[in-house]
Ligand binder design. Structure first.
Ligand SMILES: Cc1ncc(COP(=O)(O)O)c(C=O)c1O
Length: 440
């Protein structure tokens, strides 16, 4: 019998072919790696690794945009999914597992008195805003420059020039009405004076203040001491609903998220990504009196065929079991601190202008910047050409850093609990070689 060895398509050819049938050649625009000029095509994932179509092993520092905190193909998560498959992949149905998972979240997440599941992060941030508008009877909301809350209409605005305090708010996407900008008040993160001025002017018109507790979507910009507390107290004073979007920050530094870490409790909070370790699941949760506004008890609509899908709910229960292991976050944070310190030391030794900022399992590398990055505008100085050369040099040597954008601040990177000391050591020696190349 004649056998043929399968020929692996070249990644560039695949991308060309994909463009003939997939819009833009991808299923999500941010999967096009802006520095590689194509997506990374993968065959499978395992632990800390992605395997390319030709079998190349990459140590992964994207980890499914932060969803796979336990690592790819985690055995307990896989077992949970198989349990859901054996239950008949029932969707659009409630089970006792939904109640169990909600009870776990109520126990873990400080703000959560009631929980509503959905499928993706984008959906729950919008539902949180809808609840806030219903409760307050107001329509305006305050968000921070560059904070990412998904790609629905409400969040698709930016200040035209974030370096200019008086710059107007305009749509950040085609197809988004300019008139929606009238509802948006936008200020720089960590800027007390700008926030106070916005509250003095709009405080009694705002339905919500929303933030990423740690601004990971611009690398990693933690709140300055007292900043979250300030948001909390001004929201209380003006009857504004304070929404902390923990879609990315949730479970990253500890089980309770940023709100537990800083002991600042929002009125509503949103989770997704690491919640189900790679399965699509999100939640909006918060104060009982606010959550009661949701249908069927209240007038705010939210429902969906796939909301709280059984495979995802079971995966989340398994994920929370794994994340609840005593001492896990002490180890995670110690690993994180050592890794970020070692990365910074390599750049410093090699003379590469770069700043590493990380908290817990997620971090950002700012190229061309050596001072602390406190605000989004600080991060605007990121050198994308240097980042391109870094990412390309690493991927050539089997270490994968994703690229989200070619403009403005860098995206975020992260590791998983499956990364071993050997993986970190190998990564550091690759980074060392690439750093030397960058300055050669
Ligand atoms: C903070 C934050 N909120 C919301 C979202 C949207 O989540 P999803 O991609 O699941 O729609 C993201 C996604 O990156 C995010 O980082």
């Amino acid at each position: 019998m004649k056998t043929t060895t399968p020929v692996m398509p070249d990644q560039h050819d695949l991308f060309v072919d994909a463009q003939a049938v997939l819009a833009g050649g991808v299923s999500a625009s941010m999967r096009l790696h802006p520095y590689l000029g194509r997506p990374l095509y993968v065959d499978r994932g395992e632990g800390a690794y992605l395997f390319g179509l030709d079998g190349t092993r990459y140590i992964d520092f994207n980890m499914a945009n932060g969803a796979a905190l336990l690592g790819h193909d985690h055995p307990a998560v896989k077992k949970a999914v198989i349990q859901g498959v054996e239950m008949g992949i029932i969707c659009a149905a409630e089970t006792p597992y939904h109640e169990q998972l909600a009870a776990r979240l109520v126990a873990i997440i400080p703000a959560a008195e009631r929980v509503r599941f959905s499928s993706v992060g984008t959906e729950v941030t919008l539902v949180a805003l809808r609840i806030a508008r219903q409760i307050t009877g107001r329509t305006k909301y305050l968000k921070f420059d560059g904070h990412f809350h998904g790609l629905t209409e409400a969040w698709l605005y930016k200040r035209e020039n974030p370096l200019d305090a008086d710059s107007p708010v305009v749509p950040s996407s085609g197809g988004v009405p300019a008139s929606g900008a009238d509802d948006v008040v936008m200020v720089p993160w960590n800027d007390v004076a700008a926030f106070e001025a916005a509250i003095a002017r709009h405080g009694d018109e705002l339905a919500a203040v929303i933030c990423e507790g740690i601004h990971y979507n611009a690398g990693c910009i933690p709140p300055e001491p007292g900043f979250l507390e300030l948001l909390r107290s001004r929201c209380t004073e003006h009857g504004i609903v304070f929404i902390m979007d923990e879609v990315l920050s949730g479970f990253r530094t500890n089980l309770g998220g940023v709100q537990a870490q800083y002991d600042v409790i929002p009125d509503l909070t949103t989770h997704a990504k690491a919640l189900a370790n790679g399965l699509p699941l999100s939640s909006v949760s918060g104060r009982e009196d606010l959550m009661r506004a949701l249908a069927p008890t209240g007038p705010v609509v939210h429902s969906g065929t796939y909301s709280g899908h059984i495979l995802s709910v079971l995966a989340a229960l398994a994920t929370l079991d794994a994340l609840s292991e005593p001492g896990l976050y002490d180890r995670l944070n110690a690993t994180a601190d050592a890794f970020y310190r070692d990365l910074q030391a390599i750049f410093d030794r090699a003379g590469v202008p770069a700043r590493v900022q990380g908290m817990g399992a997620r971090f950002g590398i700012y190229f061309g910047i050596t001072e602390p990055v406190r605000t989004w505008s600080d991060a605007m100085g990121h050198d994308h050409e240097l980042n391109r050369r870094f990412a390309a040099g690493c991927v050539e040597r089997g270490v994968y850093f994703h690229g989200y954008t070619r403009q403005g601040p860098p995206g975020h990177a992260g590791f998983s609990l499956a990364h071993t000391p050997e993986d970190f050591a190998e990564t550091l020696s690759v980074v060392e070689a690439v750093a030397r190349e960058l300055v050669a």
